[in-house]
Design a protein around this ligand. Structure first.
Ligand SMILES: NC(=O)c1ccc[n+]([C@@H]2O[C@H](COP(=O)([O-])OP(=O)(O)OC[C@H]3O[C@@H](n4cnc5c(N)ncnc54)[C@H](O)[C@@H]3O)[C@@H](O)[C@H]2O)c1
Length: 292
């Protein structure tokens, strides 16, 4: 999709982090933007911020874990702006409680929450919006936010959910091309980005509270430090906009991790055990100023 101005974008998880940067980027390109999020106060602030820049935006409260809520978002976006051209299924949560228990020991609530938001939320987005986007026939694009975790072994519930988003998007891309559709798809696989994802627990529904106990505080501090030194959300939004223009399926804005992705695939082809991440070596490279 080359022409952004005058078209409409819907972004989930738009109240914060990567989602807000995407909304800002699209508004700057003179698109109309629907910001959707579960966190209403943050959503209202985000909408106000963009309106102050004369952007044509609305905010819609959504819980992407809930199919009806995502269908309601589609209806409200279409009611407000007529046609939707860009859909960013970006809302996501991360849980470090996977470190407290082996995957067979994790309570179902843990899987229900992380897969519910990160995978089902994306799937519901496709179910709610793709028929409309095909029907109006204008050029458009869908961006599903996965993670580098989709290209690495491990990662517990989070890694599983993001692998799902990756293969879902690869399938979507092929199916759209096979139908000669005017819309295409990308999967966003960032490494560390400086956002609020370390505090994702703020959005966990009470009935799905973590039964494995809190994550070790040292781990949370380390995750937070990695995020703070990561790329900025606007850098990621820029990579997304460029990939939409160039119709690239894979968006990998952290090339410093390419060697690890390669090593993972080599381990698969060697038919042995999985690649292991040498985090201290990665951190040492970053300490030497390498771009992460
Ligand atoms: N920050 C990183 O380092 C990083 C790396 C790779 C992938 N990601 C992915 O990027 C996406 C955006 O995360 P972020 O880093 O900007 O974090 P963030 O916490 O700043 O933003 C996530 C947004 O999603 C919203 N959200 C959470 N649950 C929701 C639900 N059920 N329904 C609707 N909205 C909901 C939150 O309120 C928040 O505004 C996520 O999918 C995340 O997994 C982030």
């Amino acid at each position: 999709m080359k022409d952004f101005a005058g078209k409409t974008a819907v972004v989930t998880g738009a109240a914060s982090g990567i989602g807000f940067a995407l909304a800002e980027r699209f508004a700057a390109a003179r698109m109309r933007v629907v910001l959707a999020d579960i966190e209403e106060d943050a959503l209202n602030r985000a909408v106000e911020q963009l309106r102050e820049r004369q952007a044509e935006v609305i905010g819609v409260s959504v819980n992407t874990m809930v199919r009806e809520s995502v269908f309601d978002l589609a209806k409200r976006a279409i009611d407000a702006f007529g046609k939707v051209h860009v859909l960013c299924n970006n809302a996501g949560v991360a849980s470090t409680s996977s470190v407290n228990a082996a995957i067979w020991e994790l309570p179902s609530a843990e899987w229900d929450w992380v897969l519910g938001v990160n995978f089902n939320g994306v799937l519901y987005g496709l179910q709610a919006f793709v028929p409309h986007m095909l029907e109006h026939g204008e050029s458009g694009h869908i961006v599903n936010t996965a993670s580098l975790a989709a290209l690495m072994p491990g990662g517990g519930t989070y890694g599983v959910s993001k692998h799902g988003v990756l293969v879902l998007t690869e399938t979507l891309y092929n199916e759209l091309k096979a139908r000669g559709a005017a819309i295409s798809a990308s999967v966003l696989c960032p490494g560390f980005v400086n956002t609020q994802i370390h505090d994702a627990e703020r959005n966990r529904p009470a009935e799905l509270r973590n039964a494995t106990g809190p994550s070790p505080s040292g781990l949370m501090a380390a995750v937070r430090a990695m995020l703070e030194q990561g790329k900025s959300p606007p850098e990621i939004a820029e990579a997304v906009a460029q990939s939409i223009e160039e119709d690239r399926l894979y968006i990998l804005p952290h090339p410093a991790w390419d060697d690890f992705v390669r090593s993972r695939l080599e381990h698969v082809l060697a038919r042995g055990g999985p690649a292991t991440l040498d985090l201290p070596a990665m951190l040492a490279r970053r300490a030497q100023g390498e771009d992460f």
